[in-house]
Write a protein that binds this ligand. Structure first.
Ligand code: ZN
Ligand code: ZN
Length: 381
């Protein structure tokens, strides 16, 4: 019998439950998991010195490099921070999606897009104030041209974006969704009008509310700090909550009160772009994930939000799990236990005892060290 020669074997990696595993990779996919003795062209023996999970997926970023407002480089918000897949949330609409696709094919990070229902994308801050920018035919053609790139839709439903149009753009977004295979729809919430209650009532199973712990008056909690009935009903229908931290959309207080009522995020995402990456308060997906450790979530729960949950919500069916047959997208990471301080979008700071430190992103079997990984002891073998 012939012995398999794997492309890569990663030996002695710790899962988040502290069990050690070997991972064999062949043709960009996970070929085997467990204790593996077969040979490989390349072997990385971690000796239990760091953790492994399925590759981290940031389900809300902005990385269209040519965007006049929210631009960044995919690899800066991706592999440099241990993130193997990024999902751009509506930077482009039908007018610029071809250019976005072309520009991101050179990235090491896997880049996906939620198509903005406005054909112009976020060229201005009020892309849905003019209903004529929502062109159903153009959106449908864009989706047909890029079936593996456009994995969903994005609609920004807050006062500065929709102007006097209220929830009319959201009604149109649901029509585009129904006409295009019920793609996942991510809805940004912010200042009202329209009121979150009206928005929530229009959402159906699988739709995603991003900026879910924002501290603005249009938040998911009532003045008394309880979950709004409209949001509770939406969650019951299968609507998902996404963090989408961003410059102005994450409040420790709102997150703390929500989690105390059992209202956990389904996906943890950053809403990162160059400015909030460099100046804060976002910095990185790892930093946003670490904030949820300070809120009492376990590392396993946090990892699930950026792997299994993100892959399921966005129908990335070959990602999110460490299982044979899935894409060989992995994140190698460790924890720092030096006391640290995290700041939310309201300027409130909270002390933390533990922080995720991404060390490497493995994309389709190729190992790319992060900025911190290059300095780490783990790879000086
Ligand atoms: Zn937003
Ligand atoms: Zn955003």
């Amino acid at each position: 019998m012939m012995t398999t020669l794997y492309d890569v074997i990663i030996k002695q990696a710790k899962r988040v439950d502290n069990t050690l595993i070997d991972i064999a990779i062949q043709n960009g996919r996970i070929a085997a998991i467990g204790a593996i003795s077969a040979p490989a062209r390349h072997e990385i023996n971690l000796g239990g010195r760091c953790y492994v999970s399925a590759g981290w997926i940031d389900s809300h970023v902005h990385c269209y490099p040519a965007s006049p407002i929210y631009h960044d480089e995919p690899d800066r918000v991706g592999v440099a921070g241990g993130v193997t897949s990024v999902v751009d949330a509506g930077s482009t609409g039908a007018d610029h999606i071809d250019d976005f696709y072309r520009l991101t094919r050179v990235a090491k990070t896997r880049v996906f897009a939620l198509l903005n229902i406005a054909r112009t994308g976020i060229v201005t801050q009020d892309e849905l104030a003019d209903m004529s920018r929502i062109d159903m035919a153009l959106a449908g053609e864009a989706i047909a041209r890029h079936p593996d790139f456009i994995i969903g839709l994005k609609a920004r439903i807050s006062s500065s974006v929709v102007g006097a149009n209220g929830v009319k753009p959201l009604v149109r977004a649901k029509m585009i969704q129904r006409a295009n295979g019920d793609l996942p729809l991510m809805v940004h919430i912010g200042n009202n009008p329209p009121d979150l209650g009206t928005i929530a009532e229009l959402l159906t199973e699988g739709d995603i509310i991003t900026h879910c712990y924002n501290g603005k008056p249009n938040r998911i909690l009532t003045a008394a700090g309880e979950l709004r009935a409209s949001v509770r009903r939406a969650l019951k229908r299968g609507v998902h909550l996404d963090v989408g931290h961003g410059t102005a959309s994450f409040s420790f207080e709102v997150a703390r009160l929500a989690i105390a009522q059992g209202v956990y995020p389904n996906t943890i995402s950053s809403d990162i772009y160059c400015r909030n990456r460099i100046d804060g308060p976002v910095h990185s997906l790892a930093a946003v994930m670490s904030k949820f450790l300070t809120l009492g979530m376990t590392s396993r729960q946090v990892i699930d939000c950026v792997t299994l949950h993100a892959a399921t919500a966005l129908r990335l069916t070959h990602k999110g799990r460490l299982e044979p047959g899935h894409d060989a997208d992995l994140t190698l990471f460790d924890f720092s236990t030096e006391p640290c301080v995290f700041t939310d979008a309201e300027g409130v700071s909270v002390g933390g005892q533990r922080r995720f430190v991404p060390l490497a992103a493995v994309v389709g079997g190729e190992c790319l060290l992060t900025d911190e990984g290059k300095l780490s002891h783990v790879f000086n073998l």
